[in-house]
Ligand binder design. Structure first.
Ligand SMILES: [Zn+2]
Length: 125
């Protein structure tokens, strides 16, 4: 399984950044419909929605950050935020866990899924 994991807060943050970018691109595309004010207005509105949505996502990151646990990474010794049962170090991508039961197990984001039937079994084979 060659799936790339990354720190959740970083992941959401890059998503919000991408939304801002998309919002500006949509608004910019509206300029090409100058002759048609209604189409231009639709493009600008869509761009505004994307920008507002990214602000909501940024606000959400702020909420998540208050719930995240700040620990010092055992590998690079820098402080990092953990969200959920398992997460990765923001700096060195070292897998970290807050659950002692998962200590030493193979890293899997499946541990964060609460509805998992066998919660303590490693799912990735
Ligand atoms: Zn680290």
């Amino acid at each position: 399984m060659a799936k790339a994991y990354s720190n959740k807060i970083n992941k959401i943050r890059s998503f919000a950044l991408a939304l801002i970018f998309v919002g500006f691109v949509i608004m910019y595309a509206g300029i090409f419909f100058r002759e048609n004010p209604i189409v231009m207005l639709i493009f600008i509105s869509l761009g505004m929605i994307a920008l507002m949505f990214s602000m909501v996502v940024y606000f959400w990151i702020g909420m998540l950050s208050t719930k995240a646990v700040i620990v010092n990474c055992p590998n690079c010794e820098k402080p990092t935020k953990i969200l959920g049962r398992v997460d990765m170090c923001m700096h060195c991508r070292e897998p970290l866990t807050l659950d002692p039961d998962l200590e030493g197990r193979e890293f899997s984001e499946d541990y964060n899924k609460k509805k998992n039937k066998s919660d303590n079994e490693p799912v990735n084979k």
